[in-house]
Ligand binder design. Sequence first.
Ligand code: GRF
Length: 237
Amino acid sequence: MSTLSERSSPTLSDGAKLTIVVLISGNGSNLQAIIEAIRRQALPVTIGAVISNQAQAPGLRLARASGLTTEVVDHCQYADRAAFDQALRERVDAYRPGLVVLAGFMRILGDSFVGHFRGRMLNIHPSLLPRHAGRNTHARALRAGDTMHGASVHFVTEDLDGGPLVVQARVAVLRDDSAERLAARVLEQEHRILPLAIRWFADGRLRLGESAAILDGVQLQQPYLFSGDGEALESCP
Ligand code: GRF
């Protein structure tokens, strides 16, 4: 684990900003999108740590290359899910985050963990929730004959992939699409809507109400539909 003080990157650490902890399991392309948004001054947050359940997650290398603190909480090292969740919760709490971001994190988190971070944990999911909750969303969208697919950011609650929706981006399914090509186009949109949702939270515009997300004081009956460049994150004032 490299400590932030030893290898901190000034563009990614500043005591005055919202501290986030990012949980990953894989490539970390969503993490990289967050890092790049911070670097271009479009995301006023500090990444306290990047924590993975997979020691070999390529995203950990991305994090270290940016001078970020990284940790591994390997789910195989724990007797059961509850023990893993407790260990992960302790490590996340150590950074005192105002927001936890699940960025390609592939473990199902228990009610106790989710309840502890209620209202301050966001997840990115590669489908237009509530359609295609769970895994293999792109293949399922193709099998279902969907003409529209996409990505969603939602608050994490005890309802797996079912928490209040914040923002979505739509991706048209093409006639000769493959799951890989569709996934790549969806990923491009994920890299835009996740930093946007984090920015809204950091700016105090987004919060979790009783049963829905609230943006600028308005309860979101439907997720905000990201339509494209117009909402691209502009640099902080
Ligand atoms: C993304 O589609 C994400 O939504 C899903 O895993 C994929 C890889 O994410 N959970 P990343 O490249 O590790 O951020």
